[in-house]
Design a protein around this ligand. Structure first.
Ligand code: CA
Length: 225
């Protein structure tokens, strides 16, 4: 598990390398986008920690390039720019996570470990499970070859299931996501949206089924027919 650290701060780099090593992550560090390009071309990194303010080019340029080439290596953007607009831009350009400076080393390590736990094939722009697929950019749902337009929240719930790839999804995961979308969610909101999604998938002829795991959350499983 090698981490590529793209960061030009001479004070921060040694601290980061040490902190990552304590978290069991070996890091290579580069201070420019030019060097980052060379490193990425030479080594298959498990995750990239990307500063945005770099001496030669903007970090987002590299992120955009990687995604355009279909490189789905998880990228955590680490930057002093903490405005909502910058955060949204970073995520839209394909960042998997975002951490504003100053930050706690423990949090960075925890977030990187969370990114590394995600199966690599689930990080692309199109997520699939059974005969269900989601284009995460166009927010279009497919069941078999048929496109469907599900409402935003049901689509968000589906995305969580697809990213879990057949593993149990804790209820809290959905709550965090739904709260993020509106800020105001009733206590039974997760049940409501999961119930609606279950019906929509059933009506569309999906080969997957959502099971309730009592006291824990939900599980999407493929139906064997
Ligand atoms: Ca910088």
């Amino acid at each position: 598990m090698r981490v590529l650290l793209v960061e030009d701060s001479l004070q921060l780099v040694p601290l980061l390398i040490k902190g990552l090593a304590q978290g069991g992550l070996a890091a290579d560090s580069v201070g420019t986008i030019g060097d980052a390009r060379l490193a990425i071309a030479a080594v298959k990194y498990a995750v990239v920690v990307l500063d945005l303010g770099l001496p030669d080019e903007d970090g987002l340029t590299l992120l955009r390039e990687m995604r355009r080439k279909g490189d789905a290596t998880p990228v955590l953007v680490l930057t002093a720019r903490d405005g909502v607009t910058d955060r949204v831009t970073g995520l839209r350009e394909g960042a998997d996570d975002y951490l504003a400076k100053p930050f706690a080393m423990e949090e960075l390590v925890a977030r990187l470990q969370a990114l590394l736990r995600r199966p690599g094939n689930l990080l692309g722009r199109k997520l699939t499970f059974g005969n269900v697929a989601l284009d995460t950019e166009g927010r279009q749902v497919f069941v078999g070859d048929m496109p469907h337009s599900f409402p935003a929240r049901e689509t968000a719930v589906l995305e969580i299931f697809l990213r879990r790839g057949g593993n149990v999804a804790p209820k809290r995961l959905f709550e965090d996501h739904l709260f993020g979308l509106s800020g105001e969610v009733a206590s039974n909101a997760v049940e409501v949206y999961v119930h609606r999604l279950r019906k929509m998938l059933g009506d569309a002829g999906a080969t997957v089924k959502i099971h309730t795991v009592r006291g824990v959350g939900y599980l999407m499983a493929e139906e064997k027919s």
